[in-house]
Write a protein that binds this ligand. Structure first.
Ligand code: HEM
Length: 412
């Protein structure tokens, strides 16, 4: 087709290849772009594999860059082995940093690499590392060194948490536009951790394929079909930094870092899909097709929680998800939600084991996730259709500048 021919030429340009073939004719009379050029050299159909998100920097790259999350994610938590020393933790972090720097640049790990991702490039891989509450008190870290923000999350009404898939001493958030690249990275970290830390849990998620939507910046949809992420804080907001990243009030080693809350939230999709669309929209407070608030406008129209319909009723229902979650109703609580969908086949009851790997970033969980979830757990209309099945909290230190390793300020 014309479109793919254009795509091919563009991709060939990115790779520096010239003389790419035009379209090839197929038997049914249509045409397609071949992924070889005229000299027979393979040419990628897109530049997806070649994209690199720089690893080194003052921030860990997975938090706000790339602007939209990659298509695939692997989340994992590790526990230190009994009696692991501070030295062992140091060399684990040194090893993870070195491996992450190579893999995110699209480079193999050398002799230790199992080659699963060979030839796939970096595919915008990001590897983000955090420390769980349970790390403090181990490997020579005092329990009292644990920052206030890293207090274990309280239990919330309705929680059905599975401890085996929750918490962990070390957390890793891996994302890439290629699922093999993402999985290869977690295997690499697991190999490096051998003898010092073992995998506690692992979860695989996905977002939208890169290049699939006409508008790459369009807000994602979750598996309930809702436009999800609209009212997130924007990096251009004047208070964005203060709300998402740890500032002067945090410990030195965490300044410029953030806290991430991870919740595995299963969706009761059979119940949800049986609900008529107007009823679904009432649960959230936004239209399903456009994501606009129910009082009208477009997706980006500011929400007016006091707006009333012609029937005199509140346009956004008293128990609507966006009313209860709104910053205005939670003392200004803010978090950056960047979750991934998951679909892990069927449960024993034949219901889909699918939902949202909810990820929320904030400068302080006590002024972000915790008060909001407290409120949602006590009356959110959405609660009927979701189950919180796993939970984790990690303090995510700042990025590593060249020559330093992640978490160095904490463990050196
Ligand atoms: C908004 C879905 C869980 C916090 C929204 C929106 C949707 C949505 C569709 C409206 C669009 C937007 O602004 O992003 C879901 C689903 C969930 C879930 C399907 C579970 C499977 C949570 C949880 C929290 C949360 C656990 C935090 C504790 C928020 C916040 C907003 C929001 C803060 C923005 C509210 C506003 O200011 O307008 N959610 N959500 N959500 N959600 Fe959720």
């Amino acid at each position: 087709s014309r479109r793919s021919a254009v795509g091919l030429v563009a991709a060939a340009g990115v790779g520096g290849l010239v003389g790419a073939a035009a379209t090839i004719s197929l038997r049914d009379g249509s045409s397609a772009a071949p992924n070889t050029n005229t000299t027979g050299t393979a040419v990628p159909l897109s530049d997806l594999g070649t994209r690199i998100v720089p690893f080194h920097g003052t921030r860990q790259a997975g938090i706000v860059t790339p602007t939209r999350q990659q298509a695939h994610a692997v989340l994992a938590a590790f526990d230190l082995v009994e009696g692991a020393s501070r030295d062992a933790l140091r060399s684990l972090l040194r090893g993870w940093t070195a491996a992450a720097a190579r893999l995110t640049a699209g480079l193999p790990l050398g002799a230790d690499d199992n080659t699963a991702a060979l030839g796939l490039g970096a595919a915008s891989l990001t590897v983000t590392v955090g420390f769980g509450p349970s790390l403090f008190g181990k490997a020579g870290l005092a329990g009292t060194d644990r920052p206030a923000g890293l207090a274990p999350l309280p239990a919330f009404p309705g929680d059905e948490l599975d401890p085996a898939r929750s918490d962990g001493d070390l957390g890793v958030i891996i994302a890439a536009d290629d699922p093999t690249v993402a999985y290869h990275a977690v295997r690499a970290l697991q190999g490096i951790a051998k003898g010092t830390a073992t995998l506690r849990w692992q979860a695989t998620g996905f977002a939208r394929a890169r290049g699939a939507a006409g508008d790459e910046g369009a807000t994602l949809r979750n598996l309930m079909g809702q436009v999800d992420g609209t009212n997130n804080p924007k990096s251009t907001d004047p208070d964005f930094e203060r709300r998402i990243f740890v500032g002067e009030d945090g410990p030195d080693w965490l300044r410029g870092g953030s806290y991430v809350v991870i919740r595995r939230i299963r969706m009761l999709l059979d119940d949800w899909d049986a609900l008529a669309v107007p009823a679904q929209e009432k649960v959230i407070g936004r239209r399903k097709d456009t994501g606009a608030p129910l009082h009208g406008g477009t997706e980006v129209t500011p929400v007016d929680l006091s707006a009333r319909g012609t029937d005199g009723k509140l346009a956004v229902a008293p128990d609507a998800h966006i009313r209860l979650a709104a910053a205005a109703n939670n003392a200004g609580a803010a978090m950056l939600r960047r979750g991934f969908s998951y679909a892990d086949g069927l449960r024993p009851d034949r219901a889909p084991d699918a939902g949202l790997l909810f990820l929320a970033w904030q400068a302080d969980p006590g002024r972000g996730f915790v008060p909001v979830q407290q409120r949602l757990a006590n009356g959110d209309a959405l609660s009927r259709f979701i189950r919180h099945e796993a939970s984790a909290l990690f303090a995510v230190p700042p990025g590593a500048v060249e020559g330093r390793y992640l978490g160095q300020e904490l463990v050196e």
